[in-house]
Design a protein around this ligand. Structure first.
Ligand code: AHZ
Length: 354
């Protein structure tokens, strides 16, 4: 549907849309029919004679609907789903997109209208973003300018980091972002890789259950507003710490009747002995711990960013973002390891590679 420029000099475009604008008298008198095709005329004149190419409202609707639902159709089976487009999720998406074959379908689900999570500002709503070394290497990779303060660096405004990262992530052709869309549950299936009854009851996470966020927030007002699903062999949850929607998968694992943490179970988290409760701020312990504990916490499910702290009961770090970047990078690395080791058919893990 992209209009074909006939000439940039005279501003004539050939409409490829079957809607007959001429018949509807939507376009100007100077428009022509050329070999049966409709030429629309534009004029970029700021002296009172600016003329847009004529358009039918249905063209706008169809242009959006076709692309959105084609994307949904295509991404119903993805290679990797990243939940949450904060600093950890976006860094992870960037690393994956850069280091996987271009055919790898990376799908980001973000509950908010504006991707970026808490990374539009630094601490206490102030502008500067502090990043501890060595995570500053990522800024150099992105081309984000910073001031070097020795043991840490400062980006003059967090929005400079986030907007640059976001634009680079979205420029990768294999990355699709669905914003204003919430993950409200997980798909959990018997794990073909499990050797008998494991601590996860031989099950694995095989996808996400989604809904438009506005619908998710209003389940209490209607009897049933059913969700949609995306199947994928690897899910990366980077939904931040507990909040209206945050720490989503950490909380869901805790309440799922699928394994170590059945409702009513008194069992604690198998590794840490605690769960979904971030501890008080200690920058020095927090950041390295979050990075080092970033891993596949449940077959098919990787945690990154502050969700790791929620899950493990680690300290929070406050407004210093190196841990989010490094955690995102590690999550990308862990995801690649899984993808390289399993056989996948139609988005489902069916066995190990031999
Ligand atoms: O909207 C959320 C945000 O953009 C999104 N999200 C949460 N629940 C979701 C769900 N479905 C889809 N169910 C969901 N999206 O996840 C994103 C999380 O971004 P964030 O910036 O909150 O988390 P992060 O881990 O990338 O970065 C944390 C930054 C923090 S918090 C902190 C402290 O409190 O000490 N310090 C740092 C650096």
């Amino acid at each position: 549907m992209t209009p074909v420029p006939i000439s940039t000099d005279n501003g004539h475009y050939l409409s490829s849309d079957p809607l007959d604008l001429k018949a509807l008298k939507l376009s100007g008198d100077q428009d022509k029919i050329d070999n049966g095709a409709h030429q629309v005329v534009v004029n970029e004149d700021y002296n009172g004679n600016y003329k847009f190419a004529a358009i039918h409202e249905a063209q706008v609707s169809r242009a959006m609907i076709k692309r959105y639902y084609t994307s949904m159709y295509d991404r119903a089976i993805s290679d990797i789903v990243i939940i949450g487009a904060g600093s950890a999720g976006l860094t992870c998406a960037y690393e994956l997109a850069k280091n996987t074959p271009p055919s790898t379908k990376i799908t980001i689900i973000e509950a908010g209208v504006a991707p970026g999570g808490g990374a539009w500002l630094g601490g206490q709503l102030m502008s500067a973003m502090i990043i501890r070394k060595p995570a500053d290497g990522f800024l150099t990779t992105l081309g984000v300018p910073f001031t070097d303060e020795g043991n840490y660096v400062v980006v003059k405004h967090a929005a400079l980091f986030t907007s640059t990262l976001l634009s680079k992530v979205l420029s990768f052709p294999n990355v699709t972002l669905f914003n204003a869309t919430a993950v409200e549950d997980l798909i959990v299936v018997p794990d073909p890789l499990a050797k008998g009854e494991t601590e996860h009851s031989g099950q694995r996470v095989a996808g996400v259950v989604t809904n438009f966020t506005l619908v998710s927030l209003n389940h209490g007002t209607q009897s049933c507003m059913d969700p949609n699903t995306i199947t994928a062999p690897v899910i990366i949850s980077a939904t931040g710490h507990d909040g209206p929607m945050g720490a989503f998968c950490a909380k869901r694992l805790a309440s799922a009747a699928t394994g170590w943490d059945k409702p009513g179970s008194t069992k604690e988290h198998p590794d840490s002995g605690r769960r979904h409760e971030m501890a008080a701020l200690d920058m020095n312990r927090a950041e390295a711990n979050v990075v080092n504990k970033t891993r596949e916490v449940y077959p098919g499910l990787i945690f990154a960013g502050m969700e790791v702290a929620e899950y493990e009961g680690l300290n929070r770090m406050g407004p210093t973002f190196g841990g989010m970047i490094a955690s995102g990078m590690k999550a990308a690395h862990e995801a690649r390891k899984i993808l390289e080791s399993v056989q996948v058919v139609e988005g489902r893990v069916v066995g190990r590679k031999v």
